[in-house]
Write a protein of this length. Structure first.
Length: 254
């Protein structure tokens, strides 16, 4: 479209409804753009050379946020090129800070049982025993639990994020309709040093200790990537290290 100047902010507002993504993904893209990208690049045209200011800005953000913002930027210019509203893609070659993997804290089921969670005890225990994402749990209804299984078919944002997220898991009790906001559960979880999402790790660890094969665990957790399941399965507690040492010493003495 020769001669037409398209401003980045105008393109962003036009693009979000056009994207073939879930409602939540569209919301996340828009939120990241408005908060982190618009103040820096929103006033430029799509064909301006914004590589340097964008690169410098991304380096100031936390690694995870920076990576997500780069993904949003790449989507904007990729689609801009596809729709013929820009000729160049300044996001090519841009790098983000390296994400440092930190050990993720979680509680075992025994620890979950032993702690006080107040009015959200059933909700916490349900998540720990079934591994649902909060967005999946809050969309759950009584009729989704039948024949001894929890049938996960939707989220609060609409359809599940992927085909692998549609699944059934054995029902072990404690279901109670979830509050429409995750803040109360977050507050309860934070009191014991965990997050709502780390309850999925509790479930994964429970599967591991019961000898559930990793491919079965992948289906139960709704992971599309088996590598993600393996990362959780290869996580160990300090007590396991100590137990391994004790067992090896027994072998040496025998």
């Amino acid at each position: 479209m020769k001669g037409i100047v398209v401003i980045v902010d105008d393109w962003a507002k036009t693009l979000w409804p056009l994207l073939n993504v879930t409602k939540k993904t569209r919301y996340d893209y828009s939120r990241l753009y408005e908060r982190y990208l618009k103040p820096v690049i929103g006033h430029h045209s799509l064909d301006d050379d914004i590589r340097q200011p964008l690169q410098l800005h991304l380096l100031t953000l936390p690694p995870q946020t920076s990576r997500h913002c780069l993904m949003v930027s790449k989507t904007m210019w990729r689609e801009g090129f596809n729709y013929g509203v820009c000729k160049n893609n300044p996001t090519i070659g841009i790098k983000t800070p390296k994400i440092q993997e930190k050990p993720r804290h979680f509680l075992t089921w025994e620890e979950i049982e032993s702690k006080e969670w107040g009015r959200y005890t059933n909700h916490i225990k349900f998540l720990a025993l079934h591994g649902l994402r909060w967005s999946e749990a809050v969309a759950l209804r009584e009729e989704d639990i039948k024949e001894g299984f929890v049938f996960v078919t939707k989220t609060i944002y609409g359809p599940c994020k992927s085909k692998s997220s549609v699944r059934k898991v054995p029902y072990l009790g404690y279901f109670k309709p979830f509050p429409v906001t995750h803040k109360p559960l977050m507050k309860a979880a934070h009191l014991h040093g965990i997050t709502v999402h780390s309850l999925r790790r509790t479930y994964a660890y429970l599967l591991k200790t019961q000898g559930i094969h990793v491919t079965t665990a992948q289906r139960l957790l709704g992971h599309s990537d088996p590598v993600l399941t393996m990362k959780i399965y290869t996580g160990v507690l300090d007590s396991e290290i100590e137990e391994a040492g004790a067992n090896l010493r027994k072998v040496m003495r025998s």
